[in-house]
Structures are given as structure tokens and as C-alpha cells.
Design a protein around this ligand. Structure first.
Ligand SMILES: [Zn+2]
Length: 354
């Protein structure tokens, strides 16, 4: 047993250690989501949330968002942390702020966000580590447990002015470690209770979007008689409307909102790939959603597709190429083009910096 004095000494030492280790996102030049979400809802647009795992993706995201003067959310998933290392990703995000300034953004608005945090501990570690926003995904838990876990994260994160995204309803599809066979739409009758009792800053809802590049099974879709391509079922805008009715002006988030551009799927398939019947969310529907209280739209698969399409094309055209810059460079350019298209034509977040 420790006596009181040595216990106090250990507490102080532990606090000092934590103080040294912990860093605030504010010192890194990052921002939380609060102000940008408010402006996005009032302005009828949505903030892009792009996942990143490597330097080329980050360069493309920052170049696209800086040149177009768009706020941006850099998302880090569990898979990204495992792949690239959390420490490295945080310093890359810090570097991204400086890069954005170099590109002419005097005051960039960049959020570093944890995507699909699945425990209090991981959310806490990200808060302590300089993230400005975290998602706690308790959507697979029973309702009351989701509330308790989300509230615990909110209570911790808000001490440091870090914003928190919660989730109600289940998205189908596969994204890193997040796997669900079937989706369950968010129940609008639960959202007031959830938002009030947890204190979350934003809510991810399920209205028919889905993770991955295979968002729908062919039997859920119809086929375009002219092209033979799959046409996905429409998003449940009635559920979105009902949620907005219950929580007027509350920031809503859509996950799994890649459109799986057919040009990339074709480019991949024409150059040795095999992605039969990959299908995403039509961009007109996302454009419509972004005009509502939907103020954050997550796009990950489209960047994977752009990257892979460009790399496959280089390999098919120049089988002798072995300098990674010669295939990662074109991949980066293709991703930048795709991000710019999303920012301007789908989310309308260009020229929206404060
Ligand atoms: Zn997601």
C-alpha cells in the first residue's frame, strides 16, 4: 500500500507526464467543426470529409481544398492508424496546415477527425493527441449503451473544445473494420433524446448510404436499359426530413457517400482490374442532401478508385515503369481532380472559408 504522500507524488508525476504528452489541436493550427457546421447549414452546403492514409492522398486533399478555399475535414480511421501510424498521421495533419498556407490560404480551416472511434479509450487518446474532432460510433450497441458511451466521450472531449460526432442507425457495407450486413435506418423518434442526453455536436444518420465500393447488391438495384449499368435505390429523404423536423438546425452527417464514378470503374476494368457491378450514391442525391442540415459528407472509396484507376493505367501503358513517383504522381493528380469536382459540384463548399 502506498502512503498518501507517495500517492500524491505519483499523481503529480502522472499529471506532469500527461501534460507533456498531451497536445491541443489549437497549437497545431487545426480547428474543430462547430463554426464550419453552423455556416454550412445556414449556407446550404456541406463540408467534405476525406479519409487519408498516405502522403499523396493528403497532398491531393490539401491542394484541392486550399485552391478552392474550402474548409476540409481530414479523417483518420482505425485502418489508417494501423496502416500509417497515428503519430505520423498527426504530424502530417500539422504539416498540412503549413502546406495550405504555402498554397495561399492565410487561414486554412482544417479539422483532424477520428472516423469510427469504437471505444472511449481511442477517442481519449486522439483528443490528447491533437485531434480536433472525434466520432464515437456506438451504433451497433443497444440504444442505452450507445448513449452512455457517447456521453462519456462528449464529457471528456468538450473539456478540450474537441467536437464529437455520434451515430444512430446502422449503415450496411464494409469500411476497414466497420462491417454490417444490413442497414437500419435511423429512427427519427430517437434523435431528440439521443442528442439531448449525450450532448453530441453532430449526428451521423442512416438513410440508405453505405460503406465501400459495393454499396448495393444488384438485386437491390434496377438496370439502366441503355447502358446496362446498375441504378441504386434512392436515399430515404423522408427519414432525413423527419430527423430535421425533430432537430431543427442540428448538424447531420452522411457516411458512405462515395459515388463510385463509372469512369474509374471502367478504367480499372479496362486495365486488368475486376470490379463488377460496383455502385455508389448518385451525386445529384448528395447535392440535394448537402443543401439541407447535412453538413458533413464522408467520401473515401472514390479516392481509392481514382488512385487505383490511375495506377493501373500507368502500369498497363508502361509495363517497364518502376519509379513509384511515376505512378503515385498521376494517382495524386487524379485524386485532386476528383476532390475538386466533389467540392465544387457536389458539396458546394468552395469559397466558404471564414
Ligand atoms: Zn463511416
Amino acid at each position: 500500500m502506498l502512503n498518501l504522500q507517495s500517492q500524491r507524488f505519483l499523481d503529480r508525476l502522472f499529471f506532469k507526464y500527461n501534460k507533456i504528452m498531451a497536445v491541443s489541436y489549437k497549437d497545431l493550427g487545426l480547428v474543430n467543426t462547430r463554426e464550419m457546421f453552423k455556416r454550412a447549414i445556414n449556407g446550404g452546403y456541406a463540408i467534405p470529409a476525406f479519409n487519408f492514409n498516405n502522403m499523396e492522398q493528403l497532398q491531393a486533399i490539401i491542394k484541392a481544398s486550399s485552391e478552392l478555399k474550402s474548409p476540409v475535414i481530414l479523417q483518420v480511421s482505425k485502418g489508417a492508424r494501423n496502416y500509417a501510424n497515428q503519430t505520423l498521421l498527426r504530424y502530417m495533419a500539422q504539416g498540412a496546415v503549413e502546406y495550405a498556407k504555402e498554397l495561399g490560404c492565410a487561414r486554412p480551416e482544417i479539422v483532424l477527425h477520428l472516423d469510427h472511434g469504437d471505444s472511449f479509450e481511442i477517442c481519449k487518446s486522439c483528443v490528447d493527441f491533437g485531434f480536433s474532432s472525434v466520432m464515437i460510433d456506438g451504433s451497433a450497441l443497444p440504444y442505452e449503451e450507445n448513449i452512455a458511451l457517447t456521453k462519456k466521450v462528449v464529457d471528456y472531449a468538450h473539456q478540450f473544445d474537441v467536437s464529437v460526432e455520434g451515430e444512430l442507425g446502422v449503415l450496411a457495407g464494409v469500411e476497414d473494420d466497420v462491417v454490417a450486413e444490413v442497414s437500419h435506418y435511423t429512427k427519427p423518434e430517437e434523435v431528440i433524446d439521443f442528442a439531448t442526453r449525450t450532448g453530441v455536436d453532430s449526428l451521423a444518420i442512416s438513410i440508405g448510404t453505405s460503406h465501400g465500393a459495393y454499396k448495393f447488391k444488384p438485386e437491390q438495384c434496377t438496370r439502366d436499359p441503355k447502358t446496362g449499368k446498375l441504378v441504386p435505390p434512392p436515399l430515404a429523404f423522408d427519414v432525413l426530413d423527419a430527423v430535421m423536423d425533430k432537430l431543427p438546425g442540428f448538424p447531420i452527417v452522411l457516411h458512405g457517400s462515395s459515388s463510385v464514378p463509372q469512369e474509374y470503374v471502367d478504367m480499372i476494368n479496362e486495365n486488368g482490374g475486376k470490379l463488377p457491378d460496383a455502385v455508389g450514391i448518385p451525386e445529384e442525391q448528395l447535392r440535394k442532401a448537402s443543401k439541407s442540415a447535412v453538413c458533413k459528407i464522408n467520401i473515401d472509396s472514390d479516392s481509392r478508385l481514382a488512385f487505383t484507376a490511375a495506377v493501373r493505367k500507368v502500369f498497363a501503358d508502361k509495363p517497364g515503369e518502376f519509379d513509384p513517383r511515376k505512378f503515385c504522381g498521376p494517382a495524386r493528380d487524379e485524386m485532386e481532380k476528383m476532390y475538386k469536382h466533389k467540392i465544387v459540384d457536389v458539396l458546394a463548399s468552395d469559397n466558404k472559408l471564414a
